[in-house]
Design a protein around this ligand. Structure first.
Ligand code: SF4
Length: 195
């Protein structure tokens, strides 16, 4: 793209500037994505803060302040009463937040479609290392507690699985073969004695 210019009261046209414009097949920068939307699991470092929006649909209030308008002190008193009563957290997972987590876990490395589960000899539901969880997801997920497994300490679906299943047994041909009797090479020891 060339910009031509003719200065006032001048006869000659001159080139003011030239720029390159991207064609259909040019490599151009991707669309700008705000930083908040770029964050992925694993991006947080120690000390980083990631505030959650007040209207995040994954969370719902554990208790209500009622319909009357309250100032900050009155809300603080209600929070203290809720704490004394053991209501605990001010917000908890909403059904939507729970559904999103369950779908993410099921589709991820702890679900039935993970490559390690596809070739597993059996499923987590029959594994002695599966720790059951309470709550609405108990019928679908548990926690793997096998320190030798890739999923140790992680949520796994009951139809996930891996080769470290508690009931896995090696076929006879895969079992370690007993070692032969050791052969003592006394050549060196006789040399040592001669010294
Ligand atoms: S060891 Fe393997 S099969 Fe057993 S619970 Fe863990 S992931 Fe599931």
């Amino acid at each position: 793209c060339v910009t031509l210019v003719r200065a006032p009261r001048q006869k000659h046209v001159t080139v003011a500037e030239t720029v390159l414009l991207p064609g259909d097949e040019a490599i151009v920068a991707p669309e700008w994505v705000p930083y908040r939307e770029r964050i992925r699991p694993g991006d947080l470092s120690p000390g980083d803060l990631l505030p959650v929006a007040d209207d995040d649909p994954r969370l719902v209030p554990t208790y209500s302040f009622g319909d009357d308008p309250l100032d900050a002190d009155e809300k603080a008193q209600i929070r203290q009463v809720a704490k004394d009563l053991g209501l605990g957290r001010s917000r908890t997972l909403s059904p939507e937040g729970r559904e999103l987590a369950a779908q993410r876990w099921y589709d991820g490395d702890g679900g039935p479609s993970a490559p390690i589960a596809q070739s597993a000899p059996d499923q987590c539901t029959s594994c002695g290392f599966l720790m059951r969880i309470a709550g609405p997801l108990a019928e679908t997920f548990g926690v793997c507690a096998n320190g030798d497994a890739n999923d140790d300490g992680r949520i796994v679906s009951l139809d996930h699985g891996c080769g470290a299943h508690s009931e896995v047994r090696l076929a006879k041909k895969h079992e370690p073969q007993p070692l032969p009797e050791p052969v003592i090479d006394d050549l060196d020891s006789s040399l040592i004695e001669s010294f």
